[in-house]
Ligand binder design. Structure first.
Ligand code: 13P
Length: 247
């Protein structure tokens, strides 16, 4: 399957930095075609500017969250329809930082996935255990529960990707062993059977301290169909190097 390398900028990027990063990646992508899909998920304030900066290149644009409704009296929120209107093809949902910072529940995330689907966006659903849960041997149970609770019933394989992001691997420089990632991804693939048609066509991404130095090994693991990259996606040369290993 063609891999998806997604950059989650999180709450980083003022206009000048964000535009320089997007322009540099667009320049490289135009000069050297990649064999993977490349997605930039800047903060909402930069969506339009990044869209214009990458116009004409194969780079795709995504949001980092959306509301469950498409419009209405929800001060400070952004809807899936608005993301789509701003040029997005994807939206990250259920990231552990939102689950923690905003107390997002599986039920809420499920409603957001339905909104993303209805707006024509591909949802990148994040799941993953804490260090405590892994140490207690509960990693598979946790991702199963998150998947079961946050994936709507009527999803097509092309409308969703699942990102396995162990909470303890995010921003820490630590990653699970290859065998541990393989186990979780095989488990997720199996859990998708019966939930939607063509479960083998759903991209399963790995996220958590993906860097140029470990990307090749991580992307070679069975059932790893791409990466969700945080810190390293803010440095053009690093994100580009990761994308090249995914090609
Ligand atoms: P880091 O790559 O900085 O560990 O972040 C991963 C992540 O949370 C991507 O969504």
């Amino acid at each position: 399957m063609r891999k998806l390398i997604a950059g989650n900028w999180k709450m980083n990027g003022l206009r000048a930095d964000g535009l320089a990063l997007a322009r540099e990646l667009a320049r490289r992508a135009a000069a050297t075609p990649l064999a993977c899909d490349l997605l930039l998920c800047p903060p909402a304030t930069l969506l339009a500017a990044v869209r214009d900066a990458v116009a004409g290149s194969p780079l795709q644009l995504g949001g980092q969250d959306c509301h469950t409704r498409q419009h209405g009296a929800h001060t400070g929120d952004v809807s899936a329809a608005m993301l789509r209107d701003a040029g997005c093809s994807h939206v990250i949902l259920g990231h552990s930082e939102r689950r923690i910072d905003h107390h997002e529940t599986d039920a809420l995330i499920r409603a957001k996935l339905a909104a993303a689907r209805d707006a024509g966006l591909v949802a990148i659903l994040c799941v993953g255990e804490t260090a405590q849960e892994r140490d207690a041997g509960r990693a598979l149970d946790i991702v199963s529960r998150q998947l079961a609770g946050s994936l709507p019933d009527e999803m097509s394989a092309g409308a969703v990707a699942i990102a396995y992001e162990p909470v303890w691997a995010i921003g820490t420089g630590r990653t699970p062993k290859a065998a541990e990632i393989a186990q979780v991804h095989a488990h997720l693939r199996a859990e998708l059977k019966g939930r939607l048609a063509a479960p083998e066509a759903v991209r399963l991404l790995y996220g958590g301290s993906v860097k140029p130095g470990n990307a090749r090994e991580l992307l070679a693991i069975a059932n790893v169909d791409g990466a969700l990259v945080g810190g390293a996606s803010l440095v053009a040369a690093d994100f580009w190097a990761i994308a090249q290993t995914g090609s």
